[in-house]
Design a protein around this ligand. Structure first.
Ligand code: NAD
Ligand code: DAU
Length: 338
């Protein structure tokens, strides 16, 4: 039996991770801490709230005193840090909270790990730390030793955290791993991000805002496949190592939007070209050879099956989406603590 701390579990990927792992490993204990920012949603955790091997703690990873107290009480074996500010556009509008949560929050967690001891600290990172690739060189991919070269305040904060994690490994011998994944999509995805936003807008026959010419390329991975990769790295990865995660599913934004419109039977005339994102990364493309060969990871979904599953989930979970769009999901805090 092992005890896991999962931070940011009320968000998109952390929530999916907990749904899978709490059911897959009934003998392990999962404690989730989440600050419940605008991106944290207790309705995402509802299906596992009553599981005997799951516990939720409403806390901010930057709160050193509270985090240390929790580590002292719970004696974690593994720490998996999903908690972050994650939206590039928001980081362009206001970088500060990104630096605080993504860098200083990571430091607090690792300091607690040093103080109380753990088997493994795992940092959930992103392909964005590598910057971008040119559109006219489809032969190029990000490898684990590709130099860090960031574009947005978001990616700079994630890269800073990665460097800090590797520094704690080298200097303090903290047992760490890092995984860097490409763009995720799937259930419980907050509708500020491309895929769920476009699904919702298409369903309402509203204009679909595509940045620039829509030619930027992202490498899409179904969220469940990211979660199984993280689980493998945490349990079997080598200390101090970085693992790239991706499934070779590159699509232009325009291709993604057209796929969604087609699946929903909506016209392409809904596509509206809007002002480009400042510093917009052109292309991401991961080489996942290391995790495939070293840990035997294989994704279950390709983009064609994953996007259909995602559209189906969104159609069947309009209640969850409507609560997010109306802000009703935020009332949980009020209801819980009044
Ligand atoms: P998200 O924005 O959906 O969720 C983030 C969660 O972290 C929310 O529940 C939020 O309340 C919580 N949180 C934020 N600040 C916190 C704080 N100070 N203390 C405690 N909790 C806090 O993000 P996501 O898309 O699920 O991403 C999770 C992680 O995966 C992030 O580290 C992100 O950088 C990384 N990542 C995301 C993608 C992607 O495509 N979404 C791809 C690769 C890596
Ligand atoms: O690559 C991994 C990263 O993927 C994660 O680290 C980030 O946390 C996650 O948010 C995501 O970042 P992106 O910026 O790639 O995702 P987003 O969904 O915001 O945008 C995807 C692409 O779609 C990007 O090229 C910008 C474009 N876009 C986005 C929105 C929201 C549009 O054209 N219109 C939009 O309205």
């Amino acid at each position: 039996m092992a005890k896991f701390l999962v931070t940011g579990g009320a968000g998109f990927i952390g929530g999916n991770f907990l749904h899978i792992m709490v059911n897959k490993y009934p003998n392990d204990q999962y404690v989730c801490i989440d600050a419940l920012t605008y991106a944290g949603n207790m309705e995402t955790l509802a299906p596992i709230m009553k599981k005997p091997n799951f516990k939720f703690v409403h806390e901010n990873i930057c709160n050193r005193e509270a985090v240390f107290k929790l580590f002292e009480e719970e004696k974690f074996d593994y720490v998996i840090n999903f908690a972050a500010e994650s939206h590039v556009d928001r980081s362009i509008e206001n970088p500060e909270i990104f630096l605080r949560t993504n860098i200083l929050g990571t430091q607090v967690l690792m300091d607690a790990c040093r103080e109380y001891g753990i088997k493994r600290y795992h940092q959930v990172s992103t392909d964005e730390v590598y910057g971008d690739l040119p559109l006219d060189r489809p032969d190029l991919f990000f490898h684990e030793d590709t130099p860090i070269h960031t574009s947005s305040p978001y990616s700079a904060s994630k890269a800073s955290a990665d460097l800090l994690v590797l520094a704690y490994h080298r200097t303090f011998k903290l047992p760490v791993t890092i995984s860097r994944c490409s763009n995720n999509y799937g259930p419980y995805h907050f509708p500020e991000k491309l895929i769920p936003l476009m699904i919702q807008k298409a369903l309402r026959n509203e204009p679909l805002p595509v940045y620039g010419k829509g030619e930027n390329v992202r490498d899409w991975l179904y969220v469940g496949d990211h979660c199984t990769a993280i689980d493998l790295v945490v349990r079997h990865g080598r200390d101090g190592e970085v693992y790239n995660i991706g499934g070779h599913n590159e699509r232009t934004n325009l291709e993604v939007v057209k796929t969604i419109l087609k699946a929903l039977g909506k016209p392409e005339t809904l596509i509206t070209y809007v002002k480009d994102r400042p510093g917009h990364d052109l292309r991401y493309a991961m080489d996942p050879t290391k995790i495939e060969t070293e840990l035997g990871w294989k994704p279950e979904h390709n983009f064609d099956t994953g996007i259909q599953a995602t559209i189906k989930w969104n159609l069947e979970n309009q209640e969850w989406l409507k609560h997010v769009e109306s802000g009703e999901y935020m009332n949980w805090l009020e209801r819980q603590y009044k």
